[in-house]
Design a protein around this ligand. Sequence first.
Ligand code: NAP
Ligand code: MG
Length: 503
Amino acid sequence: MCAVAASEVSLDPTVQSFVGEPRKMLIGGQWVAAESGKTFEIYNPATAEVIGHAQSADASDVDKAVKAARKAFDEGPWTRMSPSERQKIVWRIGELIDENTEKLAQLESLDNGKPISVARAADVPMSADMFRYMAGWATKLDGKSISPSVVYAPGAEWHAYSRREPVGVCAQIIPWNFPLLMEAWKLAPALATGNCVVMKLAEETPLSGLFLAELMQQAGLPDGVVNMLTGFGETAGAPLAAHPGADKVAFTGSTEVGKLIVNASQNDLKRVSLELGGKSPNIILNDCDVEKAIAGAANAIFFNGGQCCTAGSRLFVQEGVYDEIVEGLANYARGIKLGPGLDPETQMGPLVSQTQLERVTGYLESGKAQGARAASGGGRHGDTGYFVDPTVLVDVQDNMKVYQEEIFGPVVAATKFKDFDDDLIRRANDTVYGLASGIWTQDISKAHKLAARIRAGTVWVNTYNIFDPSLPFGGYKQSGWGREMGEKVLDHYLEHKTVCVGL
Ligand code: NAP
Ligand code: MG
């Protein structure tokens, strides 16, 4: 049994038994154990207690899963269904997510540590919406009629057109920061376009993905169309990324592992899409609405405990409002209620794991050693679980590690700038990443000038961390390759075929 404290929501009985029993993996429509018999422990990050067990897949399980996906792709019925039948199934997955909101929110909160209030209001409904949005595309994947422009032979005529066809078997590898949402971002477009999938869930957070796989079966997804694996990056992720039977690999995670994925895909030139890290600049100008900018800067860095690839972790504040903004942000940080995700009052949960706790506190030590000062927070919170206090670092220099590297925790590095000029743009762009950015100003002209010059895939103006299934999302530079969501993501999952007919 998974014990919860008195202040926490009482667990749904389905969730209790789902967590309490060792979970199996879904391969070819069957729930199976790893061939090696190996399992690993699942932790509650709020308490560091073991709450369950999952299968540790290795190369032989990966091989089985890829073959199951290949069979489903080659033999149907999935790939022979009409677009509207496929649309109905993908839509139904979204409906089932909605119908299971509380169970999914509890699983997500237990496994990842995120506040249940956030899981209910954001992770779960946004995942459902992603499936419904992508369901609509299933019936709109038209090719084009093309008029050949050059006549080689006098009198000859051709009729040409393009077809858009699924890529085939897609390997998908996801991280632990938004497990359900990352499953939705990857699975929904792959399915709407008629592909088959082998997904490897993050070892830290396998629960919601396994539950979602059950919902997909209920929705009528044929066997083998989605195969759901649990296991570690080195033993399950690496053989999946390198498997010659996968036509494509879609990865979200660290830039470091993203490069390994590219290497692994080289042998057979798989299609690759990557959603990687960030060190996003959040820029506050003198003429901002100060109250909104403070709340916005806090949301930019403290949402999900800073475990967001888009985290606004480099804060640039113009001289005239610097003191007010930094003091306001530090006060805001001190007011955030930390606690277990399952406590409805909790505003920020623990980090996901002991590894992340050590990584983030290591950065805090390095910042202090290099001369930065914590205006709020600055270290671990309490001595149970993996909590870190929301931290605002000041006296930060551009060459410090806390300013340059992705921390992936609730830590913002604040710096001051004097003028709205080229030097500000240079500093904002002075990073190997280019995922997101924020601008806070009431001057519409400055907002658009900055938006054009920031080298990042998303620019938020007077808002932050707004995602929508219709808005393409992805990175410049080492933040990744390609865009997820919106119409743009369909290109990842479709081949274009040209058909030319001599008349
Ligand atoms: P990660 O190692 O990049 O993990 C992402 C996914 O890749 C996980 O499923 C992981 O498996 C898998 N993986 C790891 N090594 C692999 C390999 N050699 N081949 C194929 N797959 C592999 O990220 P992490 O270790 O969880 O976190 C480390 C840092 O990555 C964070 O501190 C943060 O900076 C960054 N990060 C970024 C994002 C993002 O959305 N951009 C998300 C998460 C983390 P297992 O974890 O199961 O071993
Ligand atoms: Mg990892």
